[in-house]
Design a protein around this ligand. Sequence first.
Ligand SMILES: Cc1cc2nc3c(=O)[nH]c(=O)nc-3n(C[C@H](O)[C@H](O)[C@H](O)COP(=O)(O)O)c2cc1C
Length: 193
Amino acid sequence: MNSITDLIYNRRTVRRFQPRRIAFSSLKSIVDSGRLAPSGANLQPLEFIVVDDDEIIGNLFPHTQWAGYLPEKDGRPPQGQEPTAYIVVLLNRNIRAQGGERDVGAAIENMILIALDEDIGSCWLGSINREAIEKLLNIPPSYDIDSVLALGYAAEHPIMEPSSDSIKYYKDESGVLHVPKRPLDNVLHHNTF
Ligand SMILES: Cc1cc2nc3c(=O)[nH]c(=O)nc-3n(C[C@H](O)[C@H](O)[C@H](O)COP(=O)(O)O)c2cc1C
């Protein structure tokens, strides 16, 4: 088991995956970590669809968008390096009529870190065709799709670096993804602004 510090500091969004299945037991543990996340008023409006069926995975992929700052060929996972599972994060509107996005954030970060603890990489997808995915997965009208978490064993290892003038991630000549992060001194205010 990795320390939470190592997981947080080593985590990077992955968009290239090995063609290796994820055991359903691992996917279940990942969802369990989402279930246990903090929830406003402890309402727990989140539900999760685990997609690990090859045909459904293939049908879901066209409804996802990848790495908006990169040209399509560098962003979107190429054939043979697509995600091998998805977790679709739903908000049950019978439990919570509106809001709940902060609950989603907490749950997804838990799931990303618990996945990584098992060497499973992930990409949080917000740019998705919700209407098409609702139809594909037969989701009832009382649920909203918030996000989709794409999962798979990593076939790329992006690098984090301090940002200077741009926050846009980019690929270098070797095809390695660099992810600029604002330096701590730029975001930390002490006592007063
Ligand atoms: C709310 C949210 C939505 C995102 N949606 C997408 C998406 O649709 N497609 C994608 O390729 N990445 C998406 N990402 C991943 C971000 O691009 C990524 O987190 C960012 O570039 C920083 O990289 P890092 O996760 O390695 O720190 C999303 C991340 C968040 C938090």
